[in-house]
Design a binder for this molecule. Structure first.
Ligand code: NAP
Length: 229
């Protein structure tokens, strides 16, 4: 495959499975992780399954980490065609129950980190004339679905949806930007009672990451179908 794919928060959960599915499709996968050791372990596991996988240290809550990571990718001329903003946190509580710091950190990781990564990678994708950016969002960020879920998370994903729309407006037609809701998935975040496997949760993000040139941009999808913001 000509282009490589970067997945943030890929050391476990849906992100790890997205890497595996992209590996199966023949992509070289860059396994983003804020903890270097767990990133190395995840990449080693993928390599043991026969895929081309490299760990990349990236804390999406830290702008210096984002610019450092993009600098490394640029300097080794990584042909980055796919960027998947998957990393996320899920603090419990209403706006009256959480601290301002918790709200800030959640927005930092779930929204701003994703936006800053995308803003940093777009110039590279423009140079290459190809790009697919996928924001792993949630139905909890959908006004149409009632903005359910814990407050900081819901606000951060609604804002990530807005970032998806505004970024899709700004990029050239060679780049597609979409948001995905993976559904309720059995991970550390989703818990053991969730109705979906990681394989099912990763399916729509991987589909969006590998869209043909005539595929959609600026949309929100679940089960490969458009859903309302
Ligand atoms: P998860 O198992 O809790 O995994 C979250 C991942 O994000 C971990 O790899 C974690 O790294 C990483 N992460 C957290 N903060 C980070 C930071 N500052 N920098 C880099 N990585 C960071 O969650 P998941 O269920 O796979 O969720 C993946 C995405 O799907 C999230 O965006 C989530 O909001 C979304 N989603 C999940 C569900 C669900 O039911 N599971 C439903 C809707 C949407 P560490 O291991 O270092 O903590």
């Amino acid at each position: 495959m000509e282009h490589s794919a970067f997945v943030t928060g890929a050391n476990r959960g849906i992100g790890f499975e997205i890497c595996r599915q992209l590996g199966r499709l023949g992509y070289r996968v860059l396994v983003g992780a804020r903890d270097p050791q767990s990133g190395e372990e995840a990449a080693a596991k993928l390599r043991a399954e026969g895929f081309d996988a490299e760990p990349e240290h990236l804390d999406v809550g830290d702008s210096a980490s984002i610019s450092g990571c993009l600098g490394r990718l640029r300097s080794r001329r990584e042909s980055l065609g796919i960027w998947i903003n998957n990393a996320g946190v899920y603090p419990q509580g209403s706006l009256l129950e959480i601290s301002p710091e918790t709200l800030g950190q959640t927005l930092q990781i779930n929204t701003l980190g994703a936006a800053w990564c995308a803003m940093a990678v777009v110039p590279l994708m423009i140079e290459q004339g190809y790009g697919r950016i996928v924001n792993v969002s949630s139905g909890y960020g959908s006004f149409a679905e009632g903005l359910e879920g814990p407050a900081a998370y819901s606000v951060s994903k609604a804002a990530l949806n807005a970032v998806t729309v505004k970024l899709a407006e700004a990029v050239p037609a060679t780049i597609k930007v979409n948001a995905a809701c993976p559904g309720w998935v059995r991970t550390r975040m989703g818990g053991p009672d969730a109705d979906r496997s990681v394989e099912e949760g990763a399916d729509t993000p991987v589909w969006l990451a590998t869209l043909d040139d005539d595929g959609p941009s600026g949309g929100f999808f679940r089960n490969r179908k458009p859903i309302d913001w």
